[in-house]
Design a protein around this ligand. Structure first.
Ligand SMILES: Cc1cc2nc3c(=O)[nH]c(=O)nc-3n(C[C@H](O)[C@H](O)[C@H](O)COP(=O)(O)OP(=O)(O)OC[C@H]3O[C@@H](n4cnc5c(N)ncnc54)[C@H](O)[C@@H]3O)c2cc1C
Length: 455
């Protein structure tokens, strides 16, 4: 089905937005920190000789890297605005998950290598060496508990286990990482060869940990509380879109100061008895206004379903804005907005605001049935107003070239596909199918920008 549209209107661009840390720069900074950690090891190492020494030094390196990577992981999750905007929350979450696997592996390797190395050097066996290390040094005992905690968090986060756990349970288990970091900290200084006699290294290491702790407290605690007082966010109205989807209108003051860009999301905490403890991410489903924000939510679980019973006046805490799925990613005049299901929300806001002349903006909205389309009347209205085109593609996925998102079908609907930036948001299988279709149609990877609703 196609809603065709003519007539132009001046497009509004999103507000300024603020500094962004490019992902490559972020990775370069992380790598430089890793290099500095290796230098710290090197400066304390005159020479390495014999199996015991090699093992112990490998243990030292893995231990230092584990201590470094874990603090980087916390920094990635500190919600630093320039990092969230530049790197993007979904990419940050992927890095965080990957870094988590490295940390657990490094911490386990550190433990095993140190024990083995000491045992070889002392001509004893590993069981005896482990017992004596744990019983002699209380800090090492705490470090050992930390490794077991990290292992537990790692196992709970593995894909198979993660699927069986509710988000809340997984999140709660994840918080043990903080305890692990606290437990492991002291053994680094009391027994770590690179710190025991190096005051400057101890200061720098402590400064790194303190700086990240300060960032966490500032951005995850103080900033949302200050924003709550400044902006006085509260529920204004609820609108049911269909059986599964609800729109929440959130009023407030001075919201222009947030410099929110269409395509971004907030983590929303609704202060009711059931919802106050959870902060779930939802994208804005309309351009932000100085006194009103709006989200549109599919009721998939306990949090989203509870939104339906929100009462006007309910206070709201919002962390954000976050996300890099904005006009800033665009590098071409022509744009295709490709949505699946409730993934329409950020794209609806972009359709309204991306600067474009008539004919430059096309939207494809994919859903299984007509009932699954949300905000359709608004989309048609905006498209008509802006001289954009909206195609609705309905029906279940099909095999091969017959699929709605195959290169052939996409190419027929949007003949100049290769000349466009594509903004893509929808369920994971839909996004995978769209990626395949777009790439086969010749759209370069760098012109495909996507927002994932799963962290
Ligand atoms: C950047 C981003 C933007 C999003 N925008 C929208 C939107 O505009 N509209 C919409 O309907 N959905 C959106 N989502 C998805 C939405 O956040 C989840 O569907 C919702 O949090 C589910 O919570 P639940 O308790 O109802 O369901 P559950 O069944 O308890 O959770 C389902 C899944 O949602 C995810 N989830 C739950 N709670 C959180 C949380 N606090 N933080 C991160 N992930 C969580 C987990 O992957 C979980 O397995 C967005 C997600 C992300 C990451």
């Amino acid at each position: 089905m196609t809603a065709a549209l003519h007539r132009s209107s001046a497009a509004r661009s999103g507000p300024g937005g603020g500094a962004r840390l490019h992902p490559v720069v972020a990775l370069a900074m992380i790598a430089a920190g890793g290099g500095a950690v290796l230098l710290l090891w090197l400066q304390d190492t005159v020479y390495v000789s014999g199996l015991g020494d090699w093992l112990t030094n490998a243990g030292r390196i893995t231990g230092l890297l584990a201590g470094y990577v874990i603090v980087v992981l916390l920094a990635l999750m500190a919600r630093i605005p320039a990092v969230e905007r530049g790197v993007g929350a979904d990419r940050l979450a992927r890095w965080h998950a990957m870094g988590g696997r490295y940390t657990v592996s490094l911490a386990v390797a550190h433990t095993l290598l140190i024990i083995w190395g000491y045992a070889v050097t002392a001509h004893t066996n590993v069981v005896h060496e482990s017992t004596s290390l744990v019983l002699t040094y209380p800090d090492v005992l705490m470090g050992t508990v930390a490794v077991f905690l990290l292992l537990g968090v790692g196992i709970a986060s593995a894909r198979a286990a993660r699927r069986r756990l509710s988000y809340e349970t997984w999140h709660f288990i994840h918080l043990y990482t903080y305890l692990a970091i606290a437990l492991a900290f002291s053994h680094q200084f009391s027994t770590g060869a690179d710190f025991v006699s190096n005051t400057r290294a101890r200061w720098l290491w402590s400064a790194l940990y303190l700086a990240v702790a300060a960032l966490l407290v500032w951005y995850r605690l103080i900033t949302p509380i200050r924003a709550a007082f400044r902006h006085r966010l509260h529920v204004v109205d609820i609108r049911r879109e269909n059986a599964d989807v609800v729109t929440v209108f959130i009023g407030g003051q001075h919201l222009d100061e947030l410099r929110t860009e269409p395509g971004q999301f907030f983590r929303w905490r609704f202060l009711t008895r059931e919802l106050w403890w959870a902060a779930n991410p939802y994208s804005l489903s309309a351009a932000p206004r100085p006194t009103m924000l709006r989200i549109t939510v599919k009721m998939t679980g306990s949090h989203s379903a509870a939104l339906l019973s929100l009462k006007p006046g309910t206070p709201v805490f919002a962390e954000g804005p976050y996300g890099a799925f904005t006009a800033a990613r665009r590098s071409r005049r022509k744009v295709l907005l490709l949505a699946g299901g409730v993934g329409i929300t950020p794209l609806r806001a972009l359709l309204e605001t991306l600067p474009a002349a008539p004919g430059e903006l096309t939207m494809i909205y994919r859903a299984n049935t007509d009932d699954d389309l949300v905000l359709r009347a608004e989309l048609d209205w905006i498209a008509r107003d802006r001289g954009a085109m909206v195609h609705y593609l309905l029906g279940p996925p099909r095999a091969g070239s017959k699929d709605h998102l195959s290169a052939q079908r996409l190419g027929k609907l949007v003949p100049d596909l290769r000349d466009r930036d594509v903004f893509l948001c929808g369920p994971e299988p839909m996004m995978a199918a769209a990626q395949t279709g777009l790439r086969a149609a010749g759209v370069p990877r760098r012109h495909i920008h996507q927002e994932s609703f799963t962290f």
